[in-house]
Design a protein. Structure first.
Length: 286
């Protein structure tokens, strides 16, 4: 009998894997449970229709490279981003994302009352200077400075989760922590225990195994991992001169390799953040 090939489990921290796991249609129950633990509230309906589908097809995406957009109860938009590389400007970036999502809800001449709540969830694989001293999960709103109780508006809500800080948190009853341990190490003992009481966490592990067995996703994940490692190396060197050029060159090299793998241009565009025109020029290189 032919020996069955062992499947290497892809890391859920890798943004392309994270997107396939939580952003695809069919992942509603998994994503809903995950968001309920982050937002600390029950969610009735969740919609993932606006997300790219790496393993099948891409739709037009205007909210970042591989973010997940979830619509909650048909009235709140939740943007989820997982960042592995510390680009040093992450707070400005998430505020920019919030402002774009908020402003795009309304057209010229429409009533401002139709503007709905925008929630930003940022998950990082590094610690953020601005949140030093806080726990692994912090939430932010606009609060009056003196009494620090009055919230100006409920339209802005930001959640920041820093994966490296989970080692400082060993609470026994913390289901959100179970989910973050799953991102860090889906084979950990804590995750195995968590799956016994959390069926959605078990479903997430099963879906991760299925994603990991997809050869196309394996190729995309390998190329994306290399791109991230190269980008990290550039930032770790702390080079002020030429850093942007180095990142740009790295993106182009990844694009060349993906073109050789006959991966669709739409996917290359999302993984590398290069434009279709730039990718076309690379394709024409001899």
């Amino acid at each position: 009998m032919e020996k069955r090939k062992e499947i290497k489990i892809l890391s859920p921290k890798l943004d392309v894997v994270f997107g396939a796991l939580f952003g695809e249609k069919g992942s509603e129950q998994i994503t809903k449970k995950f968001l309920e633990k982050i937002l600390d509230k029950k969610i009735g309906e969740i919609n993932l229709d606006q997300n790219v589908i790496l393993r099948k097809e891409f739709k037009e995406d205007k909210f970042g490279i591989l973010d997940i957009l979830a619509k909650i109860e048909q009235k709140e938009q939740c943007n989820i981003e997982l960042q592995i590389v510390d680009r040093k400007n992450i707070i400005e970036r998430i505020l920019y994302y919030w402002s774009r999502l908020y402003s795009r809800q309304i057209k010229e001449g429409e009533n401002y009352k139709i503007l709905g709540k925008i929630i930003i969830i940022l998950i990082t694989d590094y610690e953020i200077n601005e949140t030093k001293g806080l726990e692994y999960h912090s939430s932010w709103k606009i609060i009056e400075e003196k009494i620090r109780k009055k919230v100006l508006t409920d339209k802005l809500e930001i959640h920041i989760i820093e994966i490296p800080k989970i080692k400082e948190q060993e609470k026994e009853e913390d289901e959100l922590l179970d989910w973050i341990y799953f991102l860090e190490d889906p084979n950990s003992e804590r995750v195995e225990k968590g799956m016994k009481k959390n069926k959605e966490l078990k479903e997430a592990k099963e879906k991760l195994i299925q994603i990991s067995a997809d050869e196309r996703m394996q190729r995309i994940a390998d190329l994306r991992q290399k791109a991230i490692m190269d980008e990290k190396a550039i930032y770790d060197k702390g080079l002020d001169v030429g850093i942007e050029q180095g990142i740009e060159d790295n993106k182009k090299e990844i694009a060349r390799k993906m073109l050789k793998e006959n991966i669709e241009v739409d996917i290359i565009e999302k993984v590398t953040d290069l434009s279709k025109e730039e990718i076309a020029r690379i394709k024409q290189e001899k």
